[in-house]
Design a protein around this ligand. Structure first.
Ligand SMILES: [Zn+2]
Length: 157
């Protein structure tokens, strides 16, 4: 699943289209809302593809905030804090093998997978928590800011 973000009146190639899969889009939208809550309030549905978005003046204003926060290190700190928080999350028991490292569900037995290490955790019995799939970096925020500046407003589809 992904988010396709379309420029409403692009002024360059860069402003036509921005795409993130859901693992990248969710933290990106969180950063936008955290750094510019008043501007971002105009868009109600950041986390679904309902065609919601921002008008041109708001997209420009959000780009300006993102550029300023990229320049002063705020975005880098948000990303680093988030990465540190994720890294500190403990492993969780693997659901597929109930933490045993080998699957014993019906489908696994039928396919002979019960003779092999669990395909979800590679036999460790633990997996990284779900939240660690959501990723973000400064470069993605910068690319989104550049899209915003040339988008003429946008819709999330
Ligand atoms: Zn497993």
């Amino acid at each position: 699943m992904g988010m396709d973000v379309f420029g409403k009146a692009p002024t360059s190639k860069e402003g036509e289209y921005f795409r993130n899969n859901v693992w990248w889009w969710r933290p990106l939208a969180d950063i936008c809302v955290a750094l510019a809550p008043e501007i971002c309030a105009e868009c109600e549905h950041w986390q679904s593809n309902d065609g919601d978005g921002l008008k041109e003046s708001s997209a420009m204003a959000l780009a300006a905030v993102l550029d300023a926060r990229l320049a002063d290190g705020t975005v880098a700190k948000l990303v680093a804090d988030r990465d540190a928080w994720l890294a500190a999350l403990p492993d969780e028991p693997c659901d597929l093998c109930q933490g045993k490292g080998v699957r014993s569900d019906e489908l696994a037995i039928k396919n002979g997978w019960d003779k092999k290490p669990c395909n979800a955790c590679e036999g460790k019995g633990t997996v990284r928590p779900w939240e660690t799939r959501y990723q973000q970096d400064e470069e993605n925020v910068r690319e989104f800011a550049n899209f915003l500046k040339a988008s003429g407003g946008f819709s999330i589809c």
